[in-house]
Design a protein around this ligand. Structure first.
Ligand code: NAI
Length: 249
């Protein structure tokens, strides 16, 4: 597939630039920051976004602010920016989007020991998480009204290696991320589907059945890093709430 990758200069974008082509995809890269061989654009710029999506088969939408920020900044990059992307897709006839949602859309979900499904209700922990709830809602609207299908991936923590004891539960390895994005691009008849995005972690908090139903078969487990990361402090929000310390911001 010919795929537009927004946020291509970012952490996950840099990983997927290498890891998606082996799954058979050709990438068009775009970011606010310059990225080699790619477009420099602002997601808030209607015309630039429309030009970026023109002619592709699908979009992997990673672009935007990826941490907590002022409401004004989140409103521009994440809320307006995601709207501009979906409108451009509608006008250009692009029928599949993979949306990088987040655990922070459901960050106030308590950790009870039961696996949490991808159908757990929205409980954003920040304006950032709220923008991911908006993105999931927008994806639902455009699926029902305009037939633009989306898989919203609630990403846990996608880094080369887990960086904290919490990430022993939330890690999505780069190669599993590429597997999940590939499944989300190619599974038939997804309408709007929300999936949890983690590796096959021994300490997983999330149920992966919806992702597996799309054809995702995770291969990695954060547990191999357990000895170097230590244990969670049982009294910290990292141990009691899905969104961890974001609930304290
Ligand atoms: P990042 O912050 O490294 O990359 C985001 C990219 O979006 C940056 O390169 C930035 O320049 C670009 N961007 C920001 N505003 C823009 C605008 N107005 N127009 C065009 N581009 C803009 O974030 P990362 O870690 O790569 O995450 C990628 C996506 O996945 C984000 O949407 C993030 O919210 C989501 N996510 C990531 C997680 C992780 O563990 N890395 C966890 C959960 C969700």
């Amino acid at each position: 597939m010919h795929v537009l990758l927004t946020g291509a200069a970012g952490g996950v974008g840099t990983l997927l630039r290498e890891l998606l082509p082996p799954h058979g995809h050709t990438l068009r890269l775009a970011d606010l920051r310059p990225v080699e061989g790619g477009l420099t654009f602002d997601l808030r710029d209607t015309d630039a976004v429309r030009e970026a999506v023109r002619g592709v088969d699908a979009v992997v939408h990673l672009g935007g602010i990826s941490l907590e920020d002022s409401f004004a900044n989140i409103l521009g990059a994440n809320i307006q920016g995601t709207y501009e992307l979906y409108e451009a897709a509608r006008l250009e006839g692009v029928k599949r989007i993979v949306f990088a949602s987040s655990n922070h859309a459901v960050g106030y979900t308590p950790l009870t020991g039961e696996l949490i499904g991808s159908d757990t209700p929205a409980r954003p922990d920040t304006y950032y998480g709220l923008s991911k709830v908006f993105g999931e809602g927008l994806a639902s609207l455009y699926a029902d009204k305009h037939g633009i299908e989306t898989v919203s991936i609630r990403i846990g923590s996608c880094f080369a290696k887990p960086r904290s004891p919490r990430m022993l539960s939330t890690w999505l390895s780069p190669t599993d991320c590429a597997r999940l994005v590939h499944a989300a691009l190619t599974a038939p008849d997804v309408g709007h589907t929300v999936v949890n995005g983690i590796s096959a972690n021994t300490r997983a908090w999330w149920d992966l059945s919806t992702a597996r139903a799309l054809g995702y078969h995770p291969q990695d487990d954060a547990e191999i890093y357990a000895a170097e990361l230590g244990e969670l402090d049982p009294d910290s929000p990292d141990a009691t709430l899905l969104g961890g310390f974001f609930t304290t911001l």
